[in-house]
Write a protein that binds this ligand. Structure first.
Ligand SMILES: Nc1ncnc2c1ncn2[C@@H]1O[C@H](COP(=O)(O)OP(=O)(O)OP(=O)(O)O)[C@@H](O)[C@H]1O
Ligand SMILES: [Mg+2]
Length: 415
């Protein structure tokens, strides 16, 4: 359970040592050799530009090398350097100074130099060239695309080190390491699918792994659903539009052919946007909401009873029921808005998750359902905790709920 509150795995498992950085052996070797020339006082080039696709370990390698060689990293996002005069001054003096006690030196890291837009600001790139010029320490830059003409001078001043996409095999092996450290058992097919989707980007793969393994000890191909749902949200605008535009039931239902439609999300989107789309006709709004409310009844039953045979009815209402209404106004282009409800839900996500865990703990200990725990147990525990904290703490201890966790969700005492 503890893993639910944990750090993003990309951070938790960011390699600390060069040896742990997967893949791109040539790039690693070249970079380490270059740092060594610096430490020996004879660098061939003052700067290095690590370039390649996202999520392959460019930034990670810099930190790992720094750690292995006891170097301090002074990092600045390259585009910040230009916007902030103060930051620029700080870096300018830092690159001249020696390192803090205990370090053998430092690395100046300017991350994502391709983010600089010279059209808006000529100074940014010049500042970096200046930094390279005066620095007494290795200057390392990273970029996804180093071939942009605007970066020509930086390229000339730097040792170029190319990173390639990671292979599927490399990604799978990195994922396996995380699984074993997390103590979770993940089917090989799942790892393969995640690695395939990642297209060489280990950060994306790790994020996907965390999403599918969320709160689980054992992960099978069924859990991959989560990922499909996530990509479906991208074109929700188009889906909503085709439903409202549809003139026949079957046109409206054609969106259901989408393999990865998130029905619940669709429900909120439709619900939020009916008044905008049907604004000209109150009757149409009423009819559409009527269909939606019936869909809602079905969806509630489906969730409560896990009765999936009801799904086609709910979906029929959600699509055709909303699209084919008697007083339908002529279709107008409408700027759909993102459902408020989902916004609020995501704002309160952490709190809801904590609440879920507390309810689970109560349910488990008291041999009851989470629903009962919510209605019949939690309120009393709150009252006891408020009126007699030491008694309350005893109960929490027995339930295995941390007091801090509990306080996060407990209702606030009236002032
Ligand atoms: N080669 C790798 N070995 C081990 N872990 C990696 C590797 N590449 C990426 N990761 C994981 O992915 C995360 C992101 O990697 P990193 O920040 O180094 O990517 P990047 O190449 O700098 O990408 P970007 O171009 O987006 O900045 C790391 O925190 C780490 O968990
Ligand atoms: Mg990076």
């Amino acid at each position: 359970m503890a893993q639910q509150l944990a750090l993003p795995w990309t951070e938790k498992y960011r390699p600390k040592h060069v040896a742990e950085v997967v893949g791109n052996a040539d790039a690693k070797e070249k970079f380490v050799a270059w740092i060594k020339t610096w430490l020996a006082g004879t660098p061939s080039k003052k700067a290095a530009l690590l370039y390649g696709p996202p999520g392959v370990g460019k930034t990670t390698l810099v930190y790992a090398v720094a750690n292995d060689f006891r170097l301090e990293v002074l990092e600045a996002n390259a585009s910040d350097v230009r916007t902030s005069e103060a930051l620029k001054r700080r870096i300018m003096s830092a690159v001249r100074e020696l390192s803090l006690f205990g370090y053998r030196g430092k690395i100046i890291l300017l991350d994502e130099v391709d983010g600089i837009t010279p059209s808006q600001d000529r100074g940014g790139l010049d500042t970096i060239l200046q930094i390279i010029e005066i620095s007494r320490h290795p200057v390392v830059m990273t970029a996804n695309n180093p071939w942009d003409p605007k970066l020509r001078k930086l390229r000339e001043a730097s040792m170029l080190i190319e990173f390639k996409r990671l292979t599927r095999y490399e990604i799978i092996s990195a994922l396996k390491r995380i699984c074993s450290k997390e103590g979770i058992l993940v089917d090989y097919g799942v790892l393969k699918e995640i690695a395939k989707r990642a297209k060489g980007d280990l950060r994306a793969a790790i994020n996907d792994l965390q999403a599918v393994a969320y709160g689980k000890k054992r992960v099978t191909s069924q859990d991959l659903m989560v990922l499909w749902e996530r990509s479906a949200q991208l074109n929700m605008f188009e889906i909503v539009r085709s439903i409202f535009m549809a003139r026949t039931a079957s046109q409206a239902k054609s969106v259901l052919a989408q393999p990865n439609l998130n029905y619940e999300m669709l429900f909120h989107w439709i619900s939020e946007n009916i008044p905008y789309q049907y604004g000209e006709s109150l009757e149409a709004i009423a009819e559409a909401y009527n269909a939606l409310s019936r869909a809602d009844v079905f969806m509630g039953r489906i969730k409560r009873l896990q009765n999936w045979t009801l799904l086609p009815y709910a979906l029929e209402l959600l699509t055709a029921g909303v699209a084919v209404v008697e007083h339908k106004p002529k279709f107008r282009f409408t700027r759909y808005s993102f459902p408020q409800k989902i916004k609020i839900l995501s704002l309160t996500k952490e709190k809801r998750e904590v609440r879920e865990r507390v309810l689970e703990a109560i349910a488990r200990k008291c041999h009851t359902s989470k629903r009962e725990a919510n209605l019949e147990y939690l309120p009393y525990i709150e009252i006891i905790y408020e009126s007699n904290p030491s008694q309350g703490r005893k109960i929490l201890r027995w339930l295995g709920i941390g007091e801090r966790t509990f306080k996060k969700i407990a209702r606030k005492k009236e002032a």
